[in-house]
Write a protein that binds this ligand. Structure first.
Ligand SMILES: *[C@@H]1O[C@H](CO)[C@@H](O)[C@H](O)[C@H]1NC(C)=O
Ligand SMILES: *[C@@H]1O[C@H](CO)[C@@H](O)[C@H](O)[C@H]1NC(C)=O
Ligand SMILES: *[C@@H]1O[C@H](CO)[C@@H](O)[C@H](O)[C@H]1NC(C)=O
Ligand SMILES: *[C@@H]1O[C@H](CO)[C@@H](O)[C@H](O)[C@H]1NC(C)=O
Ligand SMILES: *[C@@H]1O[C@H](CO)[C@@H](O)[C@H](O)[C@H]1NC(C)=O
Ligand SMILES: *[C@@H]1O[C@H](CO)[C@@H](O)[C@H](O)[C@H]1NC(C)=O
Ligand SMILES: *[C@@H]1O[C@H](CO)[C@@H](O)[C@H](O)[C@H]1NC(C)=O
Ligand SMILES: *[C@@H]1O[C@H](CO)[C@@H](O)[C@H](O)[C@H]1NC(C)=O
Ligand SMILES: *[C@@H]1O[C@H](CO)[C@@H](O)[C@H](O)[C@H]1NC(C)=O
Ligand SMILES: *[C@@H]1O[C@H](CO)[C@@H](O)[C@H](O)[C@H]1NC(C)=O
Length: 827
């Protein structure tokens, strides 16, 4: 029964595998402790994976992979899984087994949900149970076969881990407990699940299961949503077979399952020991060893053994209509259109949703303001044109308006779909969890659908509510009551007027008007100061669950109209690299601006930090430079009214949780009309970042570009432009740079030189050149911000575009003295 084919093999000369391999069979009783003293068959691969093999079933080279079972971990290897994995055991080469391309692939795991530590134990005990305990003795997993007459454990050539009894009969087998992978000959039975695994081996969110009416793939959730189904009809199939089955009752006794066979995935109904084929999905057959794995993107893929590792051969599920119907293809809230991902938006282009990571749009989107059940009365439904979903569940028939209303009332509803049946009636679908949406062409799907997505707005002023309470307490005496009513009416009128004043009232996405009282409450009486900007202090606050930053403007020296004009401008500017204005407060005494909260604070904290843990990698810093450039390019060149910032410096660059950089405080300096430079009467900005032309008083957006150049130098060098702690002669970074240019040691300006600099020195030099281009004394020679963006994104070379006679390279290597920094004392 037991085929013990131990080949006489040449053992690879790897140290880790330098013993003879363990046998594929273990007899009772056996105990293994998860450490390399007890399990000497250990190997660490260049991919960071370490295996400790308990049993190894070696396949002759050329036939297929060898399989092993044992403990396995990935770097840093503090937790382990007990698993069956495929291994490549090479012949005479040096250490091929440890080469990354031959990294083992996990086939089956016992304890994915509960990994164990060093010194965990695995035991086949006398009760006939295979038991996994953690280092502290706690029970983690067992085959629950105690009471049976297990005498040993065998790892079969198919990759099946088997407990067998005295006569060699299988008592328990891993094939009956599929994990994320099926091997040839393995079946997935009705009720069992094939569950995807994440890259870090934790349980994934997809599963494939066979139900009595078909094969289904679900994405887990509450409730799970299916994205694939292949139906079958067992009664029908039996009627068509030559079995004499008279009633569908008998069909109910059947057990359905799918089997991974050579060249197909086939569904069967098993009845009275007879199998009836239900369907057959043919698969490529090019290799003797194959596996099928449900992966973390929801795809079920077939892999073939190419002699060393597994190569993907085919996608098994034909998910309809296309790739876009995979639930996570564009992440949560993402809209998939022919494989491209975007975020829901309104035509106005404001930013109600944004990508979690601009560079990876497929990771999904998040709402600018998170949904909050506390603020359910301020939620709205945003219509989405030509958008549908991979699965519609939990519907009822109603009118479109009641359908929408039901969603607005239910805190759990994140989006709603309404599918028309006739002019007024249709099916209503409330979505409790949003995966990716699909774009569609209306003429293609054959039904009419409306889609709405829920968005959170912030509370409008609640003046009248407070008054209601006041009036209530006034009480009995008629006169007092009368006065109360009078006050009430007057206040109502005032509050109505206030609301009329609000130019954005009811326009979602536009800044909300707040009362001073609301903001005082939101900031807990201005108790947590985030910083002190050039225009006044900034406090942290909270509206519902939403964190905000409240800036109290001091001595604006503006009238109400001017203030409103600026709020309108700032509020209508939306760009991913600009800090978003959520609301404002304007009354007789107070002018406050409410911004989105940026949890990583301002850039200065990060680039000038001496602590290693806070320092940002070169890749992050480069991304931040691009972000700032894009934000400025938008302000200068793309938005309706050109905005010159006039105070670009690291303190005004804020970082969100993913270290996306956003410019803050824009629009607070004077607005400059397009094509018209403005004569400033007062020097603004910050010493060190001021362009030379402040002396001559003609200020254009080129002043921002100079400041940008300074910021770039600071980001590259990780030191402040003016740093009095530096030795004499180096206190000004620009002077220092000029010195270093002369001696050809430009990178000497970088502080804390590390490995990052060794690797990216050439790129840093290019960025410094770009900064120099921005720092030219003559402002007309500085590039436009859009040019800077193009250079940073690699579309243009700083040299080729730097202008006719002077190139940035000239400034690096022939620097006569074009960069003399100006030292204007501002304020
Ligand atoms: C176990 O293996 C690891 C990595 O292969 C090694 O660092 C460690 O020293 C080994 N421990 C023993 C006790 O052999
Ligand atoms: C790893 O193995 C593959 C296949 O044998 C081989 O092509 C590659 O050169 C090896 N890499 C190293 C670093 O040994
Ligand atoms: C594992 O057990 C061995 C032997 O009992 C012991 O020397 C070692 O320190 C233990 N390792 C850990 C990480 O507890
Ligand atoms: C593993 O990956 C999943 C998703 O890929 C993630 O949610 C989870 O936090 C990760 N777990 C660990 C321990 O890294
Ligand atoms: C299966 O087919 C039979 C006969 O054709 C039919 O009566 C029955 O409703 C079908 N069952 C399902 C679940 O479609
Ligand atoms: C099915 O039943 C019919 C009569 O009802 C009989 O003639 C036939 O031989 C039976 N077929 C099988 C495969 O038992
Ligand atoms: C089940 O199979 C047995 C023998 O194989 C046969 O005697 C019996 O009639 C079958 N029952 C049905 C319902 O087909
Ligand atoms: C949705 O509604 C249609 C028509 O009312 C119905 O046929 C279908 O079974 C419903 N689906 C679910 C999942 O409730
Ligand atoms: C629309 O369908 C509903 C439910 O089927 C029905 O009650 C109603 O009369 C229909 N309305 C029209 C205008 O056809
Ligand atoms: C969809 O709506 C349009 C316009 O209301 C109508 O002309 C068309 O017939 C509808 N299509 C379906 C499939 O109901």
């Amino acid at each position: 029964m037991l085929l013990l084919l131990l080949f006489a093999l040449s053992v690879p000369s790897s140290q880790a595998w330098s013993f003879d391999y363990p046998s594929p069979i273990a007899n009772l009783p056996s105990l293994w402790s998860n450490n390399n003293a007890t399990i000497p068959y250990s190997a660490t691969y260049t991919s960071g994976l370490t295996t400790r093999a308990i049993l190894v079933r070696q396949n002759p080279a050329g036939y297929g992979p060898s399989f092993a079972c044992g403990f396995i971990c990935t770097a840093p290897c503090d937790t382990f899984l007990f698993a069956v994995f495929s291994v490549f055991i090479g012949e005479n080469t040096n250490n091929p087994a440890l080469n990354a391309s031959a990294t083992p692939r996990v086939i089956w795991t016992a304890n994915r949900r509960r990994p164990v530590k060093e010194n965990a134990s695995l035991q086949i005990n006398r009760d006939g149970d295979l038991v996994l305990r953690d280092f502290d003795g706690s029970l983690v997993w067992s085959t629950t076969t105690s009471g049976s007459t297990v005498v040993g454990m065998n790892l079969a050539q198919t990759g099946n881990l088997i407990l067998f009894d005295m006569v060699g009969k299988t008592v328990w087998e891993s094939f009956e407990h599929p994990d994320d992978t099926l091997l040839i000959g393995q079946s997935l039975r009705q009720g069992k699940r094939l569950t995807s695994a994440s890259a870090n081996w934790t349980q994934g969110q997809f599963y494939l299961t066979v139900l009595d009416h078909g094969l289904h793939a679900f994405v887990d959730g509450d409730p799970p949503q299916f994205y694939y189904q292949k139906r079958f009809n067992v009664t029908d199939a039996m009627a068509h077979s030559n079995m004499n089955i008279s009633s569908s009752d008998e069909a109910k006794d059947s057990m359905v399952y799918i089997s991974f066979l050579q060249g197909s995935l086939t569904a069967f109904a098993s009845f009275n020991n007879t199998d009836i084929k239900l369907f057959d999905m043919s698969l490529p057959w090019r290799s003797s060893a194959q596996l099928m794995s449900l992966e973390d993107d929801g795809h079920l893929r077939v892999y073939g053994w190419d002699g060393i590792s597994w190569e993907p051969l085919a996608d098994v599920l034909d998910v309809q209509p296309d790739e876009c119907a995979y639930p996570t293809v564009c992440g949560e809230y993402g809209i998939c259109s022919q494989g491209y991902c975007s975020c829901p938006s309104r035509n106005s282009g404001d930013e109600l949703f944004r990508h979690l990571d601009d560079r990876q749009p497929n990771l999904g989107c998040s709402p600018a303001i998170p949904l909050s059940c506390d603020l359910i009365q301020y939620q709205q439904l945003l219509p989405l044109a030509d958008v549908t979903y991979f699965n519609f569940a939990y519907n009822w028939t109603t009118h479109e308006e009641s359908c929408k209303e039901a969603c607005l009332k239910a805190c759990t509803c994140k989006a709603v779909f309404f599918r028309y049946q006739n002019d007024t009636y249709g099916s209503c679908y409330l979505m409790p969890k949003i995966f990716s949406f699909m774009h569609y062409k209306p003429e293609k799907i054959g039904y009419n659908l409306s889609a709405y997505i829920k968005v959170q707005m912030l509370p409008p002023p609640s003046a009248s509510k407070d008054l209601g309470a006041t009036a209530y307490h006034v009480g009995v005496p008629v006169l007092v009551a009368f006065i109360g009513v009078l006050i009430l009416i007057i206040k109502r009128i005032i509050s109505k007027k206030m609301q009329e004043d609000d130019p954005f009232k009811g326009i979602p996405g536009m800044p909300t008007r707040f009362s001073y009282k609301q903001l005082r409450e939101a900031t807990n009486n201005f108790s947590k100061k985030l910083g002190q900007g050039g225009f006044g202090p900034v406090y942290e606050g909270k509206l519902g669950n939403v964190k905000i930053a409240v800036k109290c403007l001091r001595d604006m020296g503006h009238g109400k109209e001017e203030f409103m004009a600026e709020v309108i401008t700032i509020g209508s500017v939306h760009h991913i690299n600009l800090v978003r204005l959520i609301g404002y407060c304007s009354d007789k005494l107070h002018r406050l601006l409410v911004y989105e909260h940026m949890c990583n604070g301002s850039l200065d904290k990060w680039i000038f930090s001496k602590s290693q843990s806070d320092s940002l990698s070169w890749a992050s810093r480069y991304k931040i430079i691009i972000d700032i450039a894009k934000g400025l390019a938008y302000l200068h060149e793309e938005c309706r009214q050109k905005i010159v910032h006039l105070d670009i410096k690291p303190g005004n660059i804020l970082l969100d949780e993913n270290f996306n950089a956003k410019i803050s405080d824009f629009g607070l300096a004077k607005l400059i009309d397009r094509d018209q430079s403005h004569v400033m009467t007062k020097v603004r900005g910050t010493r060190g970042y001021l362009a030379p032309e402040w002396l001559t008083s003609t200020i254009t957006e080129k002043a921002d570009i100079y400041s940008f150049g300074v910021v770039v130098l600071e980001i590259v060098s990780r030191r402040k432009i003016l740093d009095s702690s530096q030795p004499e002669g180096s206190t000004n970074l620009i002077n220092l740079l000029q010195e270093k240019i002369k001696v050809g040691q430009v990178l000497d300006i970088v502080e804390n030189q590390d490995e990052d600099m060794q690797l990216h020195g050439a790129e840093m030099i290019e960025v410094i050149k770009l900064a120099i281009w921005c720092l030219q004394r003559e402002c007309s020679k500085r590039p436009a911000m859009s040019q800077v963006v193009k250079v940073l994104e690699g579309a243009m070379d700083a040299e080729r575009t730097a202008g006719s006679e002077t190139t940035s390279r000239d400034y690096i290597f022939n620097a006569s003295s074009p960069l003399t920094p100006v030292q204007v004392s501002a304020r």
